[in-house]
Write a protein that binds this ligand. Sequence first.
Ligand code: NAD
Length: 350
Amino acid sequence: MMNLKEKVCIIGSGNWGSAIAKIVGENTERHSDVFEKEVTMWVYEELVQGEKLTEIINRQHENVKYLPGIRLPDHIVAIPELTRAAAGASLLIFVVPHQFVKGLCDQLRPMIESLQQRTIPIRAISLIKGMSENARGISLISDVIRQTLNIDVSVLSGANIANEVAAEQFCETTIGYRVLDHGMLFQKLFHTHYFNVSIIEDTTGVELCGALKNVVAIAAGFSDGLEYGSNTKAAILRIGLMEMMRLCRLFDPHVKWETFLESCGIADIITTCYAGRNRKCAEAYARTGKPFDVLEKELLNGQKLQGVLTAHEVYGFLESHHAVEQFPLFRNVYRICYEGVKPQELLKGL
Ligand code: NAD
C-alpha cells in the first residue's frame, strides 16, 4: 500500500538547524499519523577532532560542534550528501546561512524536477534570516528557493536564540504562509509547549523582519561597544523598527502591519539587540576595531555572521530606490561596516 505520510528533510545543521532538528524530531514522533518518524538532516561535512561530524551525530545523537550538550532524537539521521538526504522527502526545511542557499537549490533542482508528479507534493519552509543580492537589488531567500525549485515556500522567523530554544525555554515564533494548508501543516510540525507557533498570511513581511533585524542588531552592538546607555539603545530599537517597517512597504506594499507585532517583528528585534551573534560581534568591533571577518572567526566558532552582509544588501536596495537618506540608521551601519566610518558616527542624522 502507498505510504502517504509526510517525510521531512532538514537542510542545514548549524546552531539553529540542530535546535530545530530536536523540535521536528519530537513532533514527527508525536504526530506519527501525519509524519514519518525518521527525519534526515543534511550536514555540511567537516572534521571535528579528526572525525566526521555526520558520524559523531549519528553515534552520539548530538551536534558537538554547533549545539553541544543537547541530545537530538535518535531518529534524526545525519547525511553528508544533499540529494541523498532529500530523496523521498515531501517537506524540506531550509536552515543554512543565506549565502549558501542558491548553490544548494541548484544541486537539488534536477531531482525535484524529476519528482513533480508525486502523490504528495514537495513543499518547503525557510528558516533563514538574510537576503540575496542580485543585479536588480535584493531577492528574498524564499523567492530564490521558490523560483529555483518551482515549489511553494513558507517562512518561519521569530525571537528564537537557538540555545534557549534547545534548552526548552518558552518562546514564540511566526510562520508566514501563502497556502493556508501548508502554514497549518508546518505549524503542526514545529509547535510544542515551549515553542509557540502562530501563522500569518504574509511570507514577505515575516521573512524581511528576520533579515532586517540583524542590521538593527549591528547598530545595537555598536551602541554597547561605545558604552552608550539604555535610553540610546531603546532609541536605536525604535528607529530600527520604523526603518524596517518602511523598507518592507517599499519592497512590497502588501506587507501587513500586524506582522511587526508578531514574534518575527518586535520580539525578534528585542532579543537580537540584547543577545545574539550580530550584537556581540558589533560590540567587539566598536571596542577593538578588528575586521568583521576576524571577529567572526574569533567569536563564533564556525557560526556565520549575517547582519554585516545584510547591511550591504539593504544599502544596495536603498540606493537603487534613491532612498538612502530616508533610512539613516541602515545608512550609518553600512558606512561603518564598509566605508571606514567610525562607530562614533552611528547616531549622526537619526
Ligand atoms: P550556523 O551559523 O550556526 O552554522 C553555520 C552552518 O553553515 C554550519 O552548519 C556549517 O556546517 C555550514 N556551512 C559552512 N560552510 C558551508 C558551505 N560552504 N555550504 C553550506 N553550509 C556551510 O547556522 P545556523 O545558526 O543554523 O543558521 C542558519 C540560519 O538560521 C541563518 O540564516 C540564521 O540567521 C538563522 N537563525 C539562526 C538562529 C540562531 O539562534 N542560531 C535563530 C534563528 C534563525
